[in-house]
Design a binder for this molecule. Structure first.
Ligand SMILES: [Zn+2]
Length: 135
C-alpha cells in the first residue's frame, strides 16, 4: 500500500466522520421538533416553524425560523414582526408581511384580502393547544 493510498484512506475516513457529525441530529428531545407550543394568542411554535392563522387563505401558514435559514423574528410573540415577506403558494398565491402584529397582504395575493392590512387574527382554539411537554 503506497503512502498516497494511506493518505486517501485517512482523508475519506475524516470526511465520513465530518459528514456524520454534520448530519447527526441536533441535541434535542425527540418530541421537541414537532412540539406545538402556543407562544401567544397570535403565534404558535411548531418545531422549527412559527405558525399563524391567515385570514386571507383561512388556514394556518408556517414560517421557518432564522436559525434554520428561515425568517427573522423580532422575538415579540404578541405583536410579532417577521422579515422578509412570506409567499405561501398553495392553491392560491398569498404574499404578505407581518409587522408589529399586523398582517399586510401584498397586492399580488390572489385572495380578497390583497392590498389590505389587518390585525393578525387569534389562533383557532381547536388547533395549537399547548402540549404538555413532559414527554
Ligand atoms: Zn394566506
Amino acid at each position: 500500500m503506497s503512502i498516497v493510498t494511506v493518505l486517501l484512506l485517512l482523508a475519506s475516513v475524516l470526511a465520513v466522520c465530518f459528514f456524520a457529525r454534520r448530519t447527526a441530529p441536533k441535541k434535542q428531545g425527540r418530541g421537541e421538533r414537532f412540539m406545538k407550543k402556543r407562544l401567544s394568542n397570535k403565534v404558535a411554535r411548531y418545531g422549527r416553524f412559527h405558525a399563524h392563522w391567515c385570514p386571507g387563505c383561512e388556514q394556518m401558514h408556517m414560517i421557518p425560523m432564522q436559525a434554520d435559514g428561515g425568517w427573522e423574528w423580532d422575538g415579540n410573540p404578541v405583536m410579532p414582526s417577521y422579515r422578509p415577506s412570506v409567499i405561501a403558494d398553495g392553491a392560491i398565491r398569498c404574499h404578505y408581511t407581518i409587522t408589529r402584529g399586523q398582517i399586510h397582504f401584498a397586492s399580488d395575493s390572489e385572495h380578497t384580502m390583497a392590498g389590505r392590512t389587518v390585525i393578525l387574527p387569534d389562533l383557532p382554539v381547536d388547533r395549537f393547544v399547548d402540549q404538555t411537554s413532559s414527554e
